[in-house]
Design a protein around this ligand. Structure first.
Ligand SMILES: NC(=O)c1ccc[n+]([C@@H]2O[C@H](COP(=O)([O-])OP(=O)(O)OC[C@H]3O[C@@H](n4cnc5c(N)ncnc54)[C@H](OP(=O)(O)O)[C@@H]3O)[C@@H](O)[C@H]2O)c1
Length: 278
């Protein structure tokens, strides 16, 4: 079944579900990412810090899918937020992948205590002007960080990739993104296979719609207007996680899952106002 798409403010179509690649490295990583492409994923998420941009590029080259049909997204690490370093890091990201351009490039974390994310954003704006990246966005940014980017540069991020799963559903941040026409991407959309994948309430809904718990969670995210990027090493699960578009959750089922939200529902307490990653 065809994957619907979500369009960025500037008109780039993103498939409504993508593939995460954290911890997919080396030859086995290439095989896993290649399998994801073969079963139909057309959005691949990587990062400079995953040290697998090379594996992503290799998997793309080994597939028979034309490059222009694949959205490839990477991220700038926190240790390279200074303008000049950010630009050379984006170039290095491309060399690592063996690609001429990325479709999306994000600032991985705002690292607010360093207070350099506006400078990093200016480098992403330049990279876009140079044609190194088609669209630019952010990850783990709170409204206050995005407001500053917009005030100081006038450029709105295309996407904001944030932690989001049934125990941490980010209502306010989703509403903020929506109001600014920023597409929200969900990282760890399956809660990184934590207890959420055994949640009895979601299991009950899964039985009602005759789908797996993973499919119900990913469908809930899709119906919220969020773009999930699940990762799986297994081809059967990769297929399962793509088959989301021939069933629907009722409003009541959606609300039941949204009600599972917990104030301290983050997997590893990575609050972007405090947490920093380099
Ligand atoms: N921007 C950021 O700061 C940030 C942070 C974290 C992650 N990310 C991105 O988000 C992507 C996804 O997040 P994630 O990898 O943390 O976690 P996730 O996608 O929520 O969960 C992955 C885990 O779920 C299992 N799984 C996948 N599909 C399943 C299914 N259908 N049934 C049962 N288990 C299933 C996988 O096991 P198997 O592999 O064994 O199938 C794996 O253990 C990452 O790969 C990365 O690209 C971004």
């Amino acid at each position: 079944m065809a994957i619907p798409s979500l369009q960025t403010l500037k008109g780039l179509d993103l498939p409504a579900v993508g593939f995460g690649t954290y911890k997919l490295n080396g030859a086995s990583g290439v095989n896993t990412i290649n399998s994801a492409l073969n079963v139909g994923y057309r959005l691949i998420d990587t990062a400079f810090n995953y040290e697998n941009e090379g594996a992503v590029g290799e998997a793309v080259r080994r597939s028979s899918i034309p490059r222009e049909q694949i959205i490839i997204s990477s991220k700038l690490p926190g240790r390279h937020h200074h303008y000049d370093e950010a630009l050379t890091t984006i170039q290095e990201s491309l060399y690592r992948a063996g690609l001429d351009y990325y479709d999306l490039y994000l600032i991985h974390w705002p690292n607010p205590k360093e207070n350099l994310y506006v400078e990093a954003w200016q480098a992403l704006i330049t990279a876009q002007k140079l044609g190194l990246v088609r669209e630019i966005g952010v990850s783990n940014f709170l409204p206050e960080h995005i407001d500053r980017l917009i005030t100081e540069t006038g450029v709105i991020p295309a996407v904001n990739q944030i932690e989001l799963h049934p125990y941490f559903s980010e209502l306010q941040l989703r509403e903020y993104d929506q109001q600014k026409h920023i597409i929200t991407l969900a990282w760890s959309p399956l809660g990184r296979a934590s207890s959420v994948l055994k949640d009895p309430i979601i299991a009950g809904i899964a039985a009602e719609v005759q789908r797996s718990i993973s499919q119900v969670i990913l469908r809930w995210e899709f119906q919220l207007g969020v773009l999930p990027i699940p990762k799986s090493n297994h081809t059967a699960r990769q297929i399962e996680n793509l088959n989301l578009f021939d069933f629907e959750l009722s409003e009541a089922q959606m609300q039941t899952i949204t009600n599972l939200d917990r104030p301290n529902g983050r997997l590893q307490n990575q609050d972007p106002a405090e947490y920093e990653e380099f």
